[in-house]
Ligand binder design. Sequence first.
Ligand code: GLN
Length: 187
Amino acid sequence: MKTVGILGIQGAIEEHEASIRKTGCTTVRVKAPADLKKIDGIVLPGGESTSMGKQLEWFGLMEPLRQAIAQGLPAFGTCAGMILLAKEIEGSNQTRIGLMDIKVKRNAYGSQLDSFVTELKVKGLKKPLPAVFIRAPRIESLAKEVDVLASYQDHPVLVRENHLLAASFHPELTDSVELHRYFIQML
Ligand code: GLN
């Protein structure tokens, strides 16, 4: 049985744990470098990417996490988690993992009050996927190695680059675990 780590700093941690468990996998909260040894893949939840980046540094987790992912640990970043994975963040030099060849713009879909739910057609999934956008980042550009799995209003919102998967939205806030299942298949 596969074990999936959930970065346990802030954000929708419990919701991701619940979604992953529904796929039949075990979960571990990742808070220290030693936790990285227990997992087959890691979910980086939404939250506040600037604060998550700083806390990753304080916990001494940033460099070990970056190394593990660089060496092939599959990672799934949602919302702020996607920002942490991005190589480029428009107008910001905030601390990040920075391994995915995408450029993102934070909060590009508006404020908390502009949050919305939509359904996305996802490459490889039979049914439309419900997606919740909350102060979501928008992907402004991406390298040709990055595969677009879903778009919304002409911008990619779900992308994959080898063992890295990133979503602008929150799949864990819906009843569907299809995207978590997709990630499990990448482990
Ligand atoms: N706006 C947040 C950020 O910039 C992300 C929001 C979210 O994860 N729901 O980090």
